[in-house]
Design a protein around this ligand. Sequence first.
Ligand SMILES: *[C@@H]1O[C@H](CO)[C@@H](O)[C@H](O)[C@H]1NC(C)=O
Ligand SMILES: *[C@@H]1O[C@H](CO)[C@@H](O)[C@H](O)[C@H]1NC(C)=O
Ligand SMILES: *[C@@H]1O[C@H](CO)[C@@H](O)[C@H](O)[C@H]1NC(C)=O
Length: 610
Amino acid sequence: MAPDLLPFSRPESHATFQPHRWRSVLHSNGARKIRIFSTGFILTGLVYVAFFSAYGPLLRPLGLADPLLVDPKFAPSRPSPPFPPDVLTLEQIRDIVAPTRGFFSRDYSLGLGWNNVRYIYETALLQAELLNRTLVLPSFIYTRACEYDITVCANYATMVNKGDAIGSDEWREMPIEKQMGFRIPISVIVNITHLRSRQPVITASEYLRLHGQDPESESSSGVWPRQSYHTHPNVFETNKTKTPSLFVIENHWYAPTGIVRVDYIPEEMKKRGGLERHHGPDKYDGSAEHWPPLEPTELSTYLTETANGIGFPLDWYTAKYVLKNSHLIGDVNLDYDDVVDKVLNAHGWEVLYTFPAVVEMDLAKIVVGDLRQVAPRSSIRGFKDDYHDVDADVVVLAGETHINTKPGAMRFTEELGRHRYVGTVMHSLIQQQKVFDLAEVLSSRMRQRTGGRMWMGAHMRRGDFVRMGWGSTITPEDHIRQVEDRLGAGRAVLADLQSDIEGAKPDPEQAMLPPPQAGDPFFVATDERDPDALRKIAAAGAVFMSDLLTMEDRREFGWPLMITDLMALVEQQLLVRSNFFYGHGMSSFSGAIVNMRAGRGVDPRTMHLD
Ligand SMILES: *[C@@H]1O[C@H](CO)[C@@H](O)[C@H](O)[C@H]1NC(C)=O
Ligand SMILES: *[C@@H]1O[C@H](CO)[C@@H](O)[C@H](O)[C@H]1NC(C)=O
Ligand SMILES: *[C@@H]1O[C@H](CO)[C@@H](O)[C@H](O)[C@H]1NC(C)=O
């Protein structure tokens, strides 16, 4: 395999990653504007996404009947040991924590599926880094479905009732297979050795061991137990009555209405606004610093009114338009961005950096593209500024912050901060090497099926998205027609790119392959379960995972392929390697693929989301 094809072998500052090129991928599809009416609904939606979009029986090996597989005679009698063995000594755990100010953790929503949990972890990595603390992650996640009868997977992974584990009645009325989930060690899902090489991270079970507690007493819901995790001293602590202290960042302190949470407040901004520190604990309201009141100017009032009308924070281009048309500023040339920024600053507004939304929402948490926004300085609160100096051994951010928030759950005050976060998302939580290796093999099989030409792939999320009205098409016929239509456009893009000398060619080997032809088979990852619907999708030329995997692949890769969500990690990596990718703008499964393609320096024109 050429080193070029290896995942993440490129330096992070790879020259082909150019945010401005990503706009075409990210433009929202005007024909499909989806409104979601309440936060509650989104939360329910995410939970649905998490647990009910099982890829189902589609990927069952042909010719093997279920009864054979569930016959206890044929199933291993004991669960195989967790792999890879990744047990740290107490001294190793201590040494990870030592160069930091202590621990940072969250109330993790473990009821969600991996792609949603993943961006909660990415956000937590950012927050822990800002506070110079060791991040504590759950030592396991729950997966939602087994490719076979659940009793088969239960021989390989601890089966739990999700409702009991999470403390929710969400699934009580469902058939039993939908109520059960599998507890999978985090080291099976991500390369934890690699993660630790980037940032100090330990698992909750390691935290418990470090404090002389039973690792089996780890929180099953992901919520940080405020009492039980604080009853024992650190095993290296000489004062045996000194239990770890806790500081909770209350959820309503994080980003209350009217407040814009940012990573940190740079020195110049502090000076501009005369930021003051609160004195004394009586003044403490969740924010350590405050901006002295500022007399509003006519222009700042005008900007505020605009924001009240169309949403907050304002996009930078909107703000510039307002400035140009306000006739409130004298003779300045607004063609220069830094002039616009200076005018805004002078009137109490600041420029912030974030990522553009996909399909007008921020569900896919895609970290490509650049979006500048502006907010009144008085609304800005720095996460580092507020909580870095907290002395407690453990700092916990209560509740969830990912609903309706930008990637990172905060905005960045400097371009460099945003750039660093892109690196975290693209390079911190990566899969085990064998996932990449298998995806590489499957990719070459797709190439064989297309006669050596480039191949294309799509994510067809059906089940839950169709039920919730999140999909634009209902019938499988319409849906596959839409996929064919988008891939048809993709074919033209790939043909064009080959003759485009200026275009980014991060992967010369791939670029030398002939472009796809009409009628070439294409790969589809889907959660569709209905055999009739699957036949219709296959008839259009779709190739599924079960068509590509051989018995040897399954033997070599091992039991994780039996668990739908873990096999989906391979499907994701396969789609990362497609020459053209079409996915859902509202899906975190598709969003992660776009982020990983960007991490490989793939040309943004070779993907489409809507
Ligand atoms: C992080 O905290 C540790 C322990 O307090 C300190 O020694 C170190 O200098 C801090 N690192 C940074 C980058 O502030
Ligand atoms: C031991 O820790 C406790 C709790 O933090 C504290 O009150 C006590 O003063 C400490 N004892 C010594 C000898 O430092
Ligand atoms: C984890 O990543 C490191 C590189 O950071 C690599 O050397 C190692 O082989 C990976 N482990 C697995 C199990 O993939």
